[in-house]
Design a protein around this ligand. Structure first.
Ligand SMILES: *Cc1c(COP(=O)(O)O)cnc(C)c1O
Length: 464
């Protein structure tokens, strides 16, 4: 088997191996790195249905990486060693759906699944090459927290995480700012998450700066994150299809940056029998509008009960768009340019009047979110976090007679206890990890939404 090469969606970056692709983050030509081929694993699924989560991870990552088998196994084992559930990502029948719990990692959100692996991988590479790394990231809450917990205290890594000041849930903020290890820098930007993301992109586009300070990315543009997330579609899909004796499965995915649902798209392309990916957004509905109309057009970010999805420009969307435009980088560049200048882009609809018949897209409003949390609590005794509730709400409009429906539960409800209180009338959601944060000491630096200010801060605090 030849090892996988990575190419850029924009078509002008020389192909590179997995390790370089992960350390590079954004491609030098401004595009996103994607595997040169998507392997088909249909013939292996019967065997995979019997494997543990870690073993399925190994089988999938082997296809995309160039690491020695023993090293890969060790990285996987240590990445999931501190999860609080032995199955890592268990799926349970709840009412008409299955809930896939992705929140058993250190920060109680699904991003731990990828970021625990990515942090271990970074350390592995840096040790072997004697290099150091300065991670720069932007977060609407959960990514930053999961990344910080992944790399805290590691010798060769400093981490700079920007979050929109005062716009992430208080507990999420605390999860980040209470990490006092000297290699962790929380930067609160006076602006929105999109401002943070814009500053990050712009700094990464300055290749001299990036090189000089060995900057690396942990945002969902990093291929390793998408890759690791492919795994739970397989593990849950195979398990639930067996349990329900279905030949296909559909997944409902609460979506912000299009990272999680993109992993589902790869799983489908790899041969997992997914009938539909049900893409669910909150009122920040650019992606839902796109899949329903073919027009991707910028709106204003409004704060909701599901802050990790309060996003307009979805950083992973370009990867999907590349495939949707038949892997034509020239066309992609033209369309992205149209978007950069007009705030809009279009793709033609397929017959049937949708953008892609694999996708169903819908919106869960604040009222829908609260009603769904209340209903699942009252009828099934299960507490949904508000992000998960958005996905469940949209899934309920699209249940299938033949196919099981798996709803991705992306956070533990205790992370968003205010929404739970608003929905069910009392403060039912708690978790000892979060209770312990109440009186924790915190540290962060507030900066204006200004690229120059962030650059100066990085220059003053890098490892070299
Ligand atoms: C990040 C996040 C999402 C959205 O995931 P994307 O990969 O950005 O689409 C949904 N729910 C929670 C709890 C999250 O942290």
């Amino acid at each position: 088997m030849e090892t996988m090469q990575y190419i850029s969606t924009r078509g002008t970056t020389r192909p590179m191996g997995f390790q370089d692709a992960v350390l590079t983050g954004l491609a030098p030509d401004g595009g996103l790195l994607i595997p040169a081929e998507i392997p088909n694993v249909s013939a292996l699924l019967d065997d995979w249905a019997k494997l543990s989560y870690q073993d399925i991870t190994f089988e999938i990552l082997r296809l995309f990486t160039d690491l020695p088998n023993d090293d890969l196994r060790e990285l996987i084992d240590s990445s999931y060693a501190n999860f609080r559930h032995p199955e890592i990502a268990p799926a349970w029948p709840v009412g008409p759906v299955h809930i896939l719990e992705l929140f058993h990692g250190p920060t109680l959100a699904f991003k731990d699944i990828a970021l625990q692996f990515l942090s271990n991988f970074f350390e592995y590479i840096l040790k072997r090459t004697g290099r150091r790394l300065n991670i720069l990231g932007a977060t609407s809450g959960d990514t930053g927290s999961a990344a910080i917990h992944g790399v805290r205290g590691r010798e060769r890594i400093n981490i700079f995480i920007m979050h929109p000041h005062g716009r992430v849930a208080p507990l999420q903020e605390k999860q980040m700012t209470s990490v006092l290890d000297p290699n962790v820098f929380n930067i609160a930007i006076e602006g929105t998450f999109d401002d943070c993301q814009q500053i990050m992109k712009s700094i990464f586009n300055d290749l001299d700066f990036k090189e000089k300070y060995s900057l690396g990315a942990v945002n969902s543009v990093n291929w390793a994150r998408v890759m690791v997330q492919i795994v739970y579609y397989f593990s849950a899909g195979l398990y639930v299809m067996t349990e329900t004796e279905s030949s296909h499965v559909q997944f409902a995915v609460p979506t912000g940056n299009f990272g999680d649902v993109l992993a589902g798209y790869y799983a489908a392309r790899m041969g997992l029998p997914i009938s539909h990916l049900i893409l669910a957004t909150n009122e920040n509905d650019i992606l839902a509008r796109f899949f329903n109309t073919g027009e991707y057009s910028l709106g204003r970010v409004v704060p909701t009960l599901s802050p990790s999805m309060d996003i307009q420009v979805a950083s992973n969307f370009e990867r999907y768009l590349y495939y949707r435009l038949n892997a034509d980088s020239e066309k992609l560049k033209a369309v992205m340019k149209e978007f950069a200048t007009t705030g809009k882009l279009h793709v033609p609809l397929v017959s049937g009047g949708c953008v892609d018949d694999l996708f169903i897209a819908g919106v869960g409003t604040t009222a829908d979110t609260l009603a769904t949390i209340r209903k699942y609590h009252e009828q099934y005794g299960y507490l949904l976090d508000p992000h998960t509730a958005v996905g469940v709400h949209v899934a309920e409009q699209h249940l299938s007679r033949n196919d099981a429906t798996v709803c991705l539960a992306t956070a533990h409800p205790a992370k968003f206890s205010k929404a739970i209180q608003d929905a069910v009338g009392s403060d039912l959601a708690y978790h000892p990890v979060l209770d312990a944060l109440r009186d924790a000491k915190t540290r962060m630096t507030v900066l204006p939404a200004d690229e120059a200010a962030v650059r100066t801060f990085i220059e003053d605090h890098v490892q070299d």
